[in-house]
Design a protein around this ligand. Sequence first.
Ligand code: TYM
Length: 380
Amino acid sequence: MGNEGKITPWEVEGKVNYGEIVKEFGLKEINEEILEKIKSFTGDLHVLLRRKYFFAHRDLDVVLNEAKTNGFFLYTGRGPSGPMHIGHLIPFMFTKWLQDKFKVNVYIELTDDEKFLEPKRKLSLEETRKWAYENILDIIAVGFDENKTFIFQDTEYIRNMYPLAIKIAKKINFSTVKAVFGFTNETNIGLIFFPALEIVPTFFEDKICLIPAGIDQDPFWRLQRDVADALGKRKSAQIHSKFLPPLTGIEGKMSASKPETSIYLTDDEKTVREKIYKHAFSGGQPTIELHRKLGGNPDIDVSFQWLKTLFEEDDNKLKKIEEDYRSGRLLTGELKDILIEKLVKFLQEHQRRREEAKEKVKDFKYDGKLAKEMWEKVFE
Ligand code: TYM
């Protein structure tokens, strides 16, 4: 079966066939062998790895081979187009885990330029810069090491990035980005140049760069690998996650512009409860009698899928929930309550740390050890 859905960095539509993507994008699957290799360094496995939510990679084996000798660095990012939802946080949580385990530097790019340039968003530069600040609070709340993490936004850090950006841009022609990103003659030239800026951080250190991100960002990395060859620099490695499905159904990804499809990191208990009860797509039967008789389908039930992805880490508990739901012992409302409890707890803790983050922004952007180093460095 082909990939019925559509994936570019700016659009994810329809049902995504992840097995097909692995072949189409030339990726390797996250399999038991690579998980064992990771475990030999980390001791345990993050739930997102264990459940293969991070499902594919490129050159992760190379990164692990070099981890003890040359080392590596991590790079990820966020396009500040509005408030962050739970799905956006996933790559950051995983990146933090990798930082803790491998004690490596993390670079986090906020593409306030990209979100301004995307025509369909209709955001002013003032707005995307404001969202960059708001999003940085959520990112800091994840708990990165302030001495080993540099968070920057393009419109501020551009002076240091520009020499390298133009070297990258010179190696990319219009027909390539047209093919990779679907640009047309109507695309504004800011967006056409932008891919160079998402590639720049992959060269921040001479070591190999590992990028944890959602699969929609892959076109940038395919381009990066061509450019790296042309510039005599290192090709980056990637580890890709699936999408956390929107509340409204397991297809596609959550959209920040459709509030009912996502849980925002700033949502309070009442909002979470209302959204889950009202919008979380259910694999249950229309009546209690039928549900008890026929059981529910966890495979299409969004509450169950969210528990499976992230919110119920205990494999035995998850298995019991799945069995009870399939058999009809557990009702849809009860399943939703399990998720709501976990989500509310998670968000309350996140929001507490987000408040604390307001005091820490400077450490990550200008004053921390890595931040200071980076502001002195110009990438010629
Ligand atoms: P953005 O802001 O669209 O998304 C931020 C990160 O979240 C991932 N993501 C998701 N992951 C799981 N489930 C979802 N429903 C979901 N929605 C989004 C994205 O894949 C991404 O990893 N251009 C980028 C910003 C960027 C970047 C980077 C991202 C700059 N440099 C390096 C990753 C790595 C963007 O607009 O991301």
